[in-house]
Design a binder for this molecule. Structure first.
Ligand code: BGC
Length: 445
């Protein structure tokens, strides 16, 4: 390696010290409070109209889980007594053209997949089903089964949906396909689904987080603290609040973050998401690597490979790189070959690995800081036990992400951090939509 200085500089820029963490917690609290009172805030703090399930809900439900280019349709039977029958799942892939196309084509495609699912599962015309619709974008809920899209995220820009009721649009599409036996009875964010699915089984669960292509969190808030809420009371006088934390913006940005944001589909928005989620982590690392290449720290002999192309270096690549524990960093060498860098030195591979670690470590520590803020908003002295249900590819598959989050929580809370249990809640968002459909069916509004 020519000199370690540029890499040390990058490490400093991305460092999130304990002091930074504490500042994030304070700023997050302020934004939460502003959002809950309806004042301007980067945190939308969306009331979801629903409380956690009791665990006794029962019946057969369908869930449509849509939040990225893959979406799933599920059938779930809730048995009551915190028990469920195994899920039946079908997966579909959304054509890339549809995510930038028209609302008609987009919802028509989803309705077509549901028709296919109902036929395959032999759900006859006479059999009525309630459907929970997980729609994982910022939606201002106006009822348990109604809500308008505030803005698209994660590279979506389907025309004619912003400001419209997404349940209305889906219902119209179902009618056009002749589906008359399915009633959309709940509109659910994926974080809310994740929390609901886990809390159906364990009532200690009070936070749901997604760390995947996008990122977000929800938690259980006391109704009197949601001062902008003027609706009816709930079963326990609490309500799940969708924070939309991906838009949190009280964070220190590096020049790389600023460049990424400027070139994105939604400049100025989803700032936390751009530091943390699978859609962006690889791109942040690529921007740093390009800088190191230009400073002759990398690949002076073999060109820039794919690194010059926006979006070409993926978060999955980072996971492979950080997972390589071999002395010679063999998997990294093989990956670089695939990325058009035929030759690399061990020093270069070490630099790449270190860069990826720096970028993902920041993501994990910022996420842990925001999680700490939610917990201390609910329980300032961490008096109670909290189960945090987490789903998403970054949390599940990135080798160090969950470990780094956990150690950051230990730094913040010391021994009391053992009162926080983070659990991987696989398939939670879909399963939880069915649970929320059941909760909604038991409510008056
Ligand atoms: C959306 C959230 C969603 C998160 C995780 C974000 O881009 O705004 O609503 O929960 O992605 O899927």
């Amino acid at each position: 390696m020519k000199s370690d200085k540029p890499l040390n500089r990058v490490e400093q820029l991305f460092n999130v010290s304990l002091n930074d963490v504490q500042n994030i917690v304070k700023a997050f609290h302020l934004e939460m409070k502003r959002g809950l009172s309806g004042r301007k805030s980067s945190l939308k703090m969306i009331p979801t109209y629903v409380d956690r399930p009791t665990g006794n809900e029962n019946g057969k439900f369908i869930a449509l889980d849509f939040g990225g280019t893959n979406f799933r349709i599920l059938e779930l039977e809730l048995k009551g007594g915190r028990k469920t029958n195994p899920l039946k799942i079908m997966k579909f892939v959304l054509n890339k053209r549809l995510i930038k196309g028209t609302a008609n084509d987009f919802f028509g495609f989803i309705a077509g997949c549901l028709k296919n699912f109902l036929e395959k599962r032999k759900v006859g015309i006479g059999e009525e089903r309630n459907l929970g619709f997980t729609f994982s974008f910022p939606v201002k809920q106006t009822g348990t089964a109604a809500g308008t899209l505030v803005c698209w995220t994660k590279g979506f820009s389907v025309k004619g949906v912003m400001g419209k009721d997404v349940v209305g649009l889906l219902s119209e599409a179902l009618a056009r396909k002749g589906i008359t036996n399915v009633k959309i009875s709940a509109l659910v964010n994926d974080t809310v689904g994740t929390l609901a699915a886990e809390s159906y089984e364990d009532q200690n669960c009070d936070i749901g987080i997604i760390l995947g292509t996008g990122t977000n969190a929800c938690y259980v808030e006391e109704l009197p603290n949601i001062t902008k809420w003027h609706g009816p009371e709930t079963r326990t006088n609490r309500m799940i609040v969708n924070i939309e934390w991906g838009n949190f913006n009280k964070l220190r940005l590096t020049s790389y973050d600023k460049r990424l944001d400027k070139a994105s589909d939604n400049p100025g928005q989803q700032i936390l998401e751009k530091m943390v989620s699978g859609m962006y982590l690889g791109e942040v690392a690529r921007l740093v690597l390009i800088d190191l290449i230009s400073k002759y720290l990398l690949f002076s002999d073999s060109g820039t490979g794919i690194f010059n192309k926006t979006g070409s270096f993926k978060t999955e690549h980072m996971s492979i790189i950080e997972d390589d524990e071999s002395g010679d960093l063999t998997s990294i060498r093989t990956l670089l070959k695939k990325l058009n860098i035929p030759k690399s030195t061990l020093d270069e591979r070490r630099t790449i690995k270190k860069t990826c670690e720096i970028v993902s470590l920041r993501g994990a520590r910022v996420s842990a800081a925001c999680l700490a803020a939610i917990i201390t908003k609910m329980d300032p002295d961490l008096f109670r036990y909290h189960m945090v249900a987490i789903d998403g590819s970054v949390y599940e598959k990135h080798p160090s992400f969950s470990r780094n989050m956990k150690s950051c929580l230990q730094e913040i809370f010391g021994a009391r951090s053992s009162r926080i249990k983070m659990v991987l809640a696989k398939d939670g968002s879909g399963k939880g939509a069915a649970v929320i459909a059941a909760v909604a069916a038991s409510m008056q509004y």
